[in-house]
Write a protein that binds this ligand. Structure first.
Ligand SMILES: Nc1ncnc2c1ncn2[C@@H]1O[C@H](COP(=O)(O)OP(=O)(O)OP(=O)(O)O)[C@@H](O)[C@H]1O
Length: 319
């Protein structure tokens, strides 16, 4: 199947700053790709390049088979876009605004548009200037989705939405995916990306530092481990735990002496990837209690943000 979106070595340079540095990735139909990265990483720049709003300094963005920079308004009808800084006419009502966007992106399935308005609990009779941030965001989402575009490009779509609406958004993304639409969205919240995306792209300072399936990232993510043992750890046992992938340091935490038969030793650490090897070692220890937490995707992503590539700053500004 042909990709709905393909970025080939996409690069954008502003003066001495390389905002995006040779990013390549693709979004097939019926899939959701989430791009995540710290402030100023290049997420919005990528989206503007995809929409053809700015011109690449190098590489190409192929949108639904056409190079976006060279494409006309007909392509815009097949794409739904929620910009990070949606500009709206404050004096217009939600109804007016949706009618206006409908002219640009139409034809609009009115029943579906009304369903979106209802599901997002948006009141279209109010003037835009009276809307809260979250309600403006809902308006932006309705306009992006209402013509059931083949490709959705959503810049921080849940920004300002309350948790209930965030959940509704995730449901909408799952439905879009099931309907064969392709979604490219950005977020600062990995938990949200993991709920609706199949694939995650992590960008940092204009570089694609990781592109992986969500499941793959989760498999590698660290899990916190807490062991309570009935005796002090021997040097041999400590080595066996380390060999099984548990990274830990001796803790000063007092052992749990409150419970009858409480622990003599507490070990807290992290295991990355599968904890199965660790379970083998644990079965040979005198365990009082054990807690192995869910993989911490947030931690894995923050680790990618923090990975300081030497000379990266120089590389970024010195192209
Ligand atoms: N028109 C412009 N002129 C000069 N520099 C720009 C321009 N637009 C963006 N930049 C710079 O490009 C870099 C990437 O910006 P971009 O807005 O794409 O980041 P982002 O990942 O969307 O950030 P955030 O999470 O804060 O929204 C930043 O350093 C930004 O200052």
């Amino acid at each position: 199947m042909k990709d709905a979106l393909e970025l080939r070595d996409l690069t954008k340079v502003y003066g001495s700053l390389t905002a995006l540095d040779g990013v390549s990735l693709s979004v097939p139909p019926g899939s959701v790709v989430g791009v995540i990265g710290p402030n100023g990483a290049g997420k919005s720049t990528t989206m503007r390049l995809i929409l053809g709003l700015i011109r690449p300094s190098g590489g190409t963005a192929i949108v639904l088979g056409t190079e976006s920079w060279r494409s006309g308004p007909s392509l815009r009808r097949r794409v739904g876009y929620l910009p990070g800084d949606l500009k709206l006419d404050g004096g217009a009502t939600g109804h007016d605004t949706l009618r206006y966007f409908g002219l640009i992106s139409g034809p609009v399935d009115e029943r579906f548009r009304n369903e979106l308005v209802e599901r997002l609990e948006f009141d279209p009779s109010r003037r835009v200037r009276t809307l809260s941030k979250g309600n403006r965001q809902k308006l932006g989402l309705v306009q992006a989705l209402m013509h059931r575009p083949e490709l959705l490009v959503l810049d921080e779509p849940t920004s300002g939405l309350d948790p209930l609406m965030q959940r509704e958004f995730i449901a909408l993304m799952r439905e879009a995916k099931a309907a064969g639409q392709a979604v490219f969205l950005s977020s600062h919240v990995i938990s949200e990306v993991q709920h609706c995306a199949d694939h995650v792209a992590v960008i940092r300072q204009g570089d694609l530092v990781r592109s992986a399936r969500v499941a793959e990232l989760r498999d590698e993510a660290p899990r916190s481990v807490r062991l309570e043992l009935d005796a002090p750890l021997t040097a041999g046992q400590a080595e066996a735990l380390r060999q099984a992938g548990l990274a830990f340091r001796p803790t000063d935490d007092p052992p749990n002496t409150l419970r009858p038969g409480g622990a003599a030793t507490v070990v807290e650490g992290q295991v990355s990837g599968s904890p199965v090897a660790l379970l083998g070692v644990l079965s040979r220890l005198g365990l009082v209690d054990v807690v192995i937490e869910e993989p911490d995707l947030e931690q894995a992503v923050l680790g990618l943000y923090a990975q300081a590539a030497p000379g990266m700053e120089v590389g970024r500004h010195g192209r």
